[in-house]
Design a protein around this ligand. Structure first.
Ligand code: PEP
Ligand code: MN
Length: 275
């Protein structure tokens, strides 16, 4: 077969059928819109457990929570590291939620993979090739966030790096890109979601929290993401957003999360592209 794209393994030319990534029993890429929710950073056991119980009760399937935080400023909270991973594993045991957590260094991949069901590669690391190779070898599903200044082609080529190393379980995540617009934290590129659904067989999810930076924009952009074809959402939720150690302004409180989940259920329509 002649493949005329720079990426091949991730392309619909290579595989027309949509890939469903199995996150230890939670299928991402099928008919269900999978919600991953939780705090930006794991701050302590109590807030994590309270959040995990709440989001699980309202339909989330995967718990997010940063243990290693790649912060823009070196003076910001950097995360609790392995202690946070242990807390995430405890929350999984109690709630049944699966765990996604970011890994920022190739040296930490084995450690994070020991606790997490899915490894997150963040926007600042999308083109960290050494990290992509290491997460490919870890034999865990990977949530690959789009680089904030990366084109769709670069994003798909980053995914290609993981597939070519033998790990087919990649979920793409649109989380906003840098543009001239500063009214929102980033610019949520939903056209890229609809486009990537056509170019690639990999599942695509959307992070409206980081994309907008504003909790009031998270519900409308979540609904828009699903309308554009997203297979899931990753949402920041905090019991007291005003006291969050990171990203409070974009974190939903519990009422906001429950309201959004109810709206998502009410408006659920079939995916525009079911393959
Ligand atoms: C996060 O999900 O907490 C995060 C840091 O995301 P991003 O890499 O998209 O900024
Ligand atoms: Mn965050």
């Amino acid at each position: 077969m002649l493949i005329d794209t720079r990426y091949s393994l991730v392309s619909r030319v290579f595989q027309n059928r949509g890939t469903v990534v199995d996150v230890d029993g939670v299928p991402v890429g099928g008919d269900e819109v999978v919600v991953m929710a939780g705090p930006c950073s794991v701050e302590n056991e109590q807030m994590l457990l309270t959040t995990a119980r709440f989001v699980a009760a309202h339909g989330a399937r995967i718990l997010r929570g940063g243990a290693f935080k790649p912060r823009t400023s070196p003076y910001s909270f950097q995360g609790l590291g392995e202690e946070a991973l242990r807390m995430l594993a405890g929350a999984r045991d109690e709630t049944g939620l699966k765990i996604v957590s970011e890994v920022v260094s190739p040296d930490d991949v084995e450690l994070v993979a020991r606790y997490a069901d899915m490894l997150q590669v963040g926007t600042r690391n999308m083109q960290n090739i050494a990290l992509l190779k290491e997460v490919a070898l870890a034999r865990r599903p990977v949530l690959l966030k789009r680089g904030m200044s990366s084109t769709v082609e670069e994003w798909l080529l980053a995914a290609e790096h993981i597939l070519v190393e033998g790990n087919p379980d990649v979920v793409l995540c649109e989380r906003g890109i840098r543009t001239f617009e500063h009214a929102t934290r980033f610019t949520l590129d939903l056209a890229a979601v609809a486009l990537v659904r056509r170019l690639s067989h990999l599942p695509v999810v959307v992070d409206p929290s980081h994309a907008t930076g504003r909790r009031d924009l998270v519900p409308p952009m979540s609904l828009a993401a699903v309308a554009a074809g997203a297979h899931g959402l990753i949402l920041e939720v905090h019991p007291r957003p005003d006291q969050a150690l990171s990203d409070g302004a974009q974190s939903l409180d519990f009422d906001g999360f429950a309201g959004l989940m109810a709206e998502l259920r009410a408006r659920r329509t079939p995916q525009p592209l079911t393959t």
